[in-house]
Design a protein around this ligand. Sequence first.
Ligand SMILES: Cc1cc2nc3c(=O)[nH]c(=O)nc-3n(C[C@H](O)[C@H](O)[C@H](O)COP(=O)(O)OP(=O)(O)OC[C@H]3O[C@@H](n4cnc5c(N)ncnc54)[C@H](O)[C@@H]3O)c2cc1C
Length: 456
Amino acid sequence: MITVVGSGFGAFGIVKKLVDKSIRVRLITSTASKQINDVGIPLNMPSVQTSGLGGTSKIWGGGFAPFEKDDFNNWPIDYDDLLPYYKEVSSFFNFDFLKFKTKNHNENIKSQIDHIKFDKLKFLNKWFLIPLPIIRLKDYYDKWEKEGKIEIVYDEITKINFSDKTALSSKKSYSYSKIVIATGCLNSSYILHNSGIKNYNLGRFLSDHPKLYFASLTLKNHMPKNSIYAFMKYEDDQGVQVKTGLILNNPKIYGNHNIYLKPLFRDIETTKKIETLGTLIYTLQKDILKPNNLIHLLMNFKTLVQGAIYKFNLFQKYSQVGLFGILENKPFAESKLDLSTPSTVDYNISENEITDYLNYFKDVSNSFGDSCKLLVDSKEKFLNNVSSAAHFTGTTRMGLTEDDGVVDENLKIFNLDDIYVCDGGVFPSNGNANISMSILAMSFRLGELLAKKQLI
Ligand SMILES: Cc1cc2nc3c(=O)[nH]c(=O)nc-3n(C[C@H](O)[C@H](O)[C@H](O)COP(=O)(O)OP(=O)(O)OC[C@H]3O[C@@H](n4cnc5c(N)ncnc54)[C@H](O)[C@@H]3O)c2cc1C
């Protein structure tokens, strides 16, 4: 029996491929929520990881985008290796990502962005697709369990015993023929460390997509209602919601960063308050009705009302735009998990990278002319404003040898048989898109490999 630990995107493709081939799978997934102890740059997000069936897909925003070709620089695999699996993910969830990669949508949205003057040749559009209704993996797992195709066990694995091929929790031991650790970038390293794996890269190179407002722009005229750059979306004919970001036409100088142009409710500080409350409501879901959370909402009643006006675009005429960057984060060995203490995250960004970000903010602001005001022009302001996108990668990175990675190009741990890792942690770098579509593609790829091995 193949055992998969964890039930987020990293696990999903594997389970799906094995179910397709009628190979028995045992899925072990924890239920207890974990508090993170931040000792580096604070992640500043109400909930950065969730437990239970479906993992972070229970609260995610639903946005899919593939990586670009150059995001795979210094990876042991390249874009073409993942392309068949990007296609498979796309067709499984009924959306057509290639349509948005190849079709020139600039013309389609031209009328909607004409009111914003900027150096349009300097940027390309980047499309983020949200298949509707939003994808929650739990529904698929529940169905497979009901059909008797998988066995789901709710338990927390703490350690693997490689010699007798067992996975251990505090209560039980589970034997396996092959095992995949898919417990998420902030968890897998702890299990491997407890299991005695010694590898310099383990728990290091923790990357995220730092995000922040770095400039504001005053428009001469009000924005047209539902302008794509105002609320960054339109409904596609296929039941896909599309959000648009801007990426540099030539990203080589600074990196593959994304910018969203967001309308401001009064000013950046008020807009940020609304967004923070919105994320909290979104991530807590039903727990929002617990007394403490309700009290928190009531104490922020004004922001709640402002948020409703903002979300539904009521009564407002927007003429202030915030430039919101979601930034690629270069691998940095000193950004790490503290493996001596569970759930201790020491997230860091190198000095050089912060300098690069500041240059990028200045350059982009200049492209929007005199009515654009640069807001983040020092390291201090950067650190005061930055927060997490909860796109964690790097802690069990893929490498060519064990000197530069924890797992090989097939996601197998170096020098060990029958044990694999599959979650955001295996990415050697984190590219310019949110990561779930790439985690899924990787998971479909590993699932195919495991199914083949099992059937030989
Ligand atoms: C609010 C929010 C919005 C987001 N929006 C987007 C978005 O729009 N687009 C996007 O691409 N990404 C988004 N992300 C990021 C994305 O959700 C994650 O990158 C992705 O879900 C990670 O998948 P994973 O499989 O690596 O880990 P997870 O989904 O975190 O799965 C880990 C699994 O392992 C289990 N587990 C953990 N420890 C153990 C253990 N010891 N034993 C057994 N089981 C264990 C957990 O229960 C869980 O099932 C968002 C994240 C957040 C928090």
